[in-house]
Structures are given as structure tokens and as C-alpha cells.
Write a protein that binds this ligand. Structure first.
Ligand code: DGL
Length: 278
């Protein structure tokens, strides 16, 4: 269970891997006086190819672990984990502050001039009821074209963010969205913003890439303020945890964030039986 919280406690941020570092960067920009504990479940990444019950069990184990580290608020910085497990996390910890990700269909639908919006995400994010509801509520009269992109998460995890192989793959996989002439492209997986330069090149300059990370950071700020939990530390602690090898995450953090010498530790999560999380 989450403890009684104090402003000095860290924000807990969780992703299957390094994608959530795109949200970490937005949090660090907006809330530089907050301590942050980041957990990457790299032993099980990518979540996109796992079953719903596995994703739910892994996400609950990660949340439990971050509460045990003293997190005052949890950011599920993974669209896939949020799509599958956000409701059950909130049921399990009804008093806790939990912020999830969802594909930014609402701002993209508000901004489109062509009336056509593209969404890139994992299969579980797109199949989830949450996504269907999002489209029904916020994209009335807008054509929403979705696309899954296997391999992108693996490339980002491998530190490959650009190059001819990725560009050729994206040219192929995004052809359908180009043909539909979408003018807003929602990055519905937190790994994808790290590929923004190559995605933008392939889609062309007329297409706006929509990343919800900054909006999520503002939501965290609002929530902390309303709970009187905003931190004001002159040198806040940033710690990064992985369920796989610490040296690898250390290299990744220095590649993907402004932190050159991160503190990285290995974390052992208590494995739950899929489907038996509550
Ligand atoms: N960053 C996760 C997301 O936002 C990646 C999913 C995965 O691990 O496949 O969906």
C-alpha cells in the first residue's frame, strides 16, 4: 500500500523499458525540484508482444515495488501498461495518485485541418476499450487511422534511433498513413518520441507529431499541487532501476536524458501469477 506521503518523496515513473524516459525528460523540465525514481522492466520488454494478463501482472508488480520505494505519486509512463492495467491499479489503490498515458487523440483531433489523424501504438493499446472510448469521445467527425509498428521499441532499447534501416522500415510501415494524408500523427508509445527525427523525415514537414509527455507532466504538477505534495528540493535525487542489467540502463539513460552519470540499480520485482493480481 502507498504510505502517507510527503513532498520530499519521489515521483515513481514506470515503463517496460526506456520509453518512459521521454516522460521522465518532460517531468524533469517542468518539475526540476522533484526527486524521481524510474523503473524499467527490461527483463520483460517489449510488453507489446505479451498477453493482457501478463501485462497486468507485471504492471501491478512494478507499481507495488515503486510504492515500496516510497513513491508519492505513480506515473505509468507506458501506453500499453496504462491501456491494460490503469483501471485495476486505481481499484487496488483508490486513495493513491496514479497518472497514466493515453494516445493524444484529443489534441490531435482538435488540431487537425485535414480531418485525418494517425495513431502509432502497440496492438494492446489500440485494442483496449480505453482507446475505443477516447476515439468515440474526442474524435467525432475525424478519421482516425491506426498503425502498429513492431520493432520500433526494440530499436530504441538497442540505442538505435536513426539510420537507413529504420528509415526504410518506417517508409514502408507509414506508407498507409501518408496515403491517407493524415496531418497529425500521435506517438502512442513512449518509446517513439526518441525516433521523432526519422518519423518526421518520413512523414514530411506538413505532418505534426503529437507527443503527450509535456501534458502528462502538467497533469502530475496539477495533482501534486492539489494534494499539497509539490517537492522543492535544490538537488533532488534521481535514481533509475531496471529488472535487467544495470550497466546497460546506465548507458541508455546517459544517451536519452541530460543525466551523464546516472545512479542505476537492479530491482527484483515480486512476480505475480498473471490474472491473480488483485
Ligand atoms: N513504452 C511502451 C508504451 O508506451 C512500450 C510498449 C512495449 O514495451 O512494447 O506502450
Amino acid at each position: 500500500m502507498p504510505h502517507p506521503s510527503h513532498p520530499q518523496q519521489p515521483i515513481g515513473v514506470f515503463d517496460s523499458g526506456v520509453g518512459g524516459l521521454s516522460v521522465w525528460n518532460a517531468l524533469h523540465d517542468l518539475l526540476p525540484e522533484e526527486a524521481i525514481a524510474y523503473l524499467a522492466d527490461q527483463q520483460h520488454v517489449p510488453y507489446g508482444s505479451r498477453s493482457r494478463s501478463e501485462i497486468e501482472a507485471l504492471t501491478h508488480a512494478a507499481a507495488e515495488w515503486l510504492w515500496q520505494q516510497g513513491a508519492k505519486l505513480l506515473v505509468i509512463a507506458c501506453n500499453t501498461a496504462s491501456a491494460v492495467a490503469l483501471n485495476s491499479l486505481r481499484q487496488r489503490w483508490p486513495q493513491a495518485a496514479i497518472v497514466g498515458m493515453e494516445p493524444a487523440v484529443k489534441p490531435a483531433s482538435a488540431a487537425t485541418r485535414s480531418g485525418r489523424v494517425g495513431v502509432l501504438a502497440t496492438p494492446e493499446t489500440l485494442h483496449a476499450e480505453r482507446f475505443q472510448r477516447l476515439v468515440a469521445h474526442f474524435a467525432a467527425g475525424v478519421e482516425v487511422h491506426t498503425q502498429i509498428c513492431p520493432y520500433l521499441v526494440e530499436w530504441v532499447e538497442a540505442g538505435q534511433l536513426d539510420g537507413p534501416q529504420i528509415e526504410a522500415y518506417l517508409t514502408d510501415v507509414l506508407a498507409h498513413l501518408k496515403q491517407k494524408q493524415v496531418d497529425q500523427l500521435v506517438l502512442g508509445c513512449t518509446h517513439y518520441p526518441f525516433l521523432s527525427p526519422v518519423i518526421q523525415r518520413v512523414m514530411g514537414p506538413a505532418v505534426t507529431l503529437v507527443d503527450p509527455a509535456a501534458a502528462v507532466a502538467r497533469q502530475v504538477q496539477r495533482l501534486l499541487r492539489s494534494c499539497q505534495l509539490l517537492g522543492h528540493q535544490s538537488s533532488p535525487d534521481y535514481v533509475f532501476y531496471t529488472t535487467a542489467a544495470a550497466p546497460r540502463l546506465s548507458r541508455q539513460v546517459s544517451q536519452l536524458t541530460p543525466i551523464i552519470h546516472p545512479r542505476v540499480h537492479q530491482a527484483e520485482l515480486v512476480q505475480l501469477t498473471p490474472g491473480k493480481t488483485l
